[in-house]
Design a binder for this molecule. Structure first.
Ligand SMILES: *Cc1c(COP(=O)(O)O)cnc(C)c1O
Length: 242
C-alpha cells in the first residue's frame, strides 16, 4: 500500500467506528447505514484506494469532473462493482452526461430535472450506454433556502409524483444537507418526518441520505440510511474548493 492508502485506511477505520458507535447508541444495525465515499476534488487514485478498502459506493458533486474520474477508476479496477452517485447540483443540460457514469442521482430537486434525466436514461438505454432505470433521491431543502439547491419540504409530494410517474427513474428516497446555522439534530428531525411521509406514499422510497463528516452521528440517530463522507476519509479540500 502507498502511504496515502495507509492514511485513507486509518481514516476509514475511524469513520466505520463512528458509524458503529452511532448505530449502537441508536439501537440500529450498522448494515442499515451505507457509507458513500465522497471523492470530489480528489484524484482517481484516492477513489481507488477507497474501493480497494471495500467502499464501493463513491460520490461526486460535479458532472464535469466525475465522468473522467469514473472512467479512469473503471479502467484500473475493471472487476470492482463500484457504484457512482451524483450528489451535487445538476443542470438539465448535463443529464445526458451524468447517466453515463452515475448509478444513482441523489440531487433531483425539480420536476424539470427529473424529466431531463428520464429522457436521458431512455436515450442512453436505447444505445446501450446505460441499463436504466436510474435510482434517484429527491434532494430536500430543510430550510427552504433556494440558493443551496433542494426542493422545499412542502413541495416534495409533487416532485415525488413527477419522479414516480416516469418509467426510467426509480424513486428511492430523500437526500439533504443540514443547513448552516441550524442544529443538525433539529434539521434531521424535520427531514426524517418528511421521509416518513414519503415512504407512506411510496414504500420503495426507503433511503434517507443525510449526515456528512461533521454530523453523521446526529443523522444516524434520526434514521439516516446513507452517510456521505468526504473530509473525514480523504482530508480537507481547502478553501477554494466546493
Ligand atoms: C461534499 C459533500 C459531502 C461530503 O462532505 P464532508 O463534510 O466533506 O464529509 C456530502 N454531501 C454533499 C452533497 C457534498 O457536496
Amino acid at each position: 500500500m502507498t502511504d496515502r492508502a495507509v492514511e485513507i485506511a486509518a481514516n476509514l477505520a475511524e469513520v466505520r467506528a463512528r458509524i458503529e458507535a452511532a448505530c449502537a447508541k441508536a439501537g440500529r444495525d450498522p448494515a442499515g447505514v451505507r457509507l458513500l465515499g465522497v471523492s470530489k476534488t480528489f484524484p482517481a487514485e484516492d477513489a481507488i484506494a477507497l474501493a480497494d478498502l471495500g467502499v464501493l459506493d463513491l460520490a461526486e458533486n460535479r458532472e464535469q469532473d466525475a465522468g473522467a474520474k469514473a472512467a479512469r477508476v473503471a479502467e484500473l479496477r475493471p472487476d470492482l462493482p463500484i457504484r457512482w452517485h451524483m450528489v451535487g447540483q445538476l443542470q438539465r443540460n448535463k443529464a445526458r452526461a451524468v447517466v453515463r457514469w452515475a448509478a444513482e442521482v441523489q440531487s433531483v430537486d425539480s420536476g424539470r430535472l427529473a424529466a431531463a434525466l428520464a429522457r436521458a436514461v431512455g436515450n442512453a438505454a436505447a444505445v446501450g450506454e446505460c441499463e436504466g432505470p436510474l435510482d434517484v433521491l429527491l434532494q430536500a431543502s430543510i430550510d427552504g433556502d433556494p440558493a443551496r439547491g433542494g426542493c422545499p419540504l412542502e413541495d416534495l409530494p409533487a416532485l415525488a409524483e413527477d419522479v414516480a410517474g416516469t418509467r426510467d427513474l426509480r424513486l428511492r428516497g430523500i437526500m439533504a444537507v443540514a443547513p448552516r446555522g441550524v442544529e443538525p439534530a433539529a434539521a434531521f428531525a424535520r427531514l426524517a418526518s418528511a421521509a416518513e411521509r414519503l415512504r407512506a406514499e411510496y414504500p420503495q422510497a426507503t433511503e434517507l441520505s443525510c449526515g456528512m463528516s461533521n454530523d453523521l452521528e446526529e443523522a444516524i440517530d434520526y434514521g439516516s440510511t446513507c452517510v456521505r463522507v468526504g473530509t473525514a476519509l480523504l482530508g480537507g479540500r481547502g478553501l477554494a474548493s466546493p
